[in-house]
Design a protein around this ligand. Structure first.
Ligand code: SF4
Ligand code: SF4
Length: 72
């Protein structure tokens, strides 16, 4: 997981982050027209959403979840 937060007070509802996300993590909320994180576990920390957001509303961290294989 890389994306941490979308600041809804900054989000202008443009939908750019949803279009750019290659992993289909983000969605627009029909009720308030703000972006939200729908499938956080699919995030690959590519930073495209954070980079492309015109309002700097998205915060990502370069953190990947890694599963450590168990020894038999
Ligand atoms: S790119 Fe930024 S401003 Fe546009 S919908 Fe996404 S979070 Fe909101
Ligand atoms: S960091 Fe990349 S994969 Fe994760 S939500 Fe943003 S655009 Fe999608």
């Amino acid at each position: 997981m890389g994306i941490r937060k979308i600041d809804v007070t900054l989000c202008n509802g443009c939908g750019i982050c949803v279009d750019y996300c290659p992993m289909d993590v983000l969605r627009m909320d029909d009720d308030n027209n703000k972006a939200f994180i729908k499938y956080i576990r699919d995030c690959q920390s590519c930073f495209l959403c954070e980079k492309e957001c015109p309002e700097e509303a998205i915060n990502c961290l370069p953190v990947f979840e890694r599963r450590i294989p168990m020894a038999w």
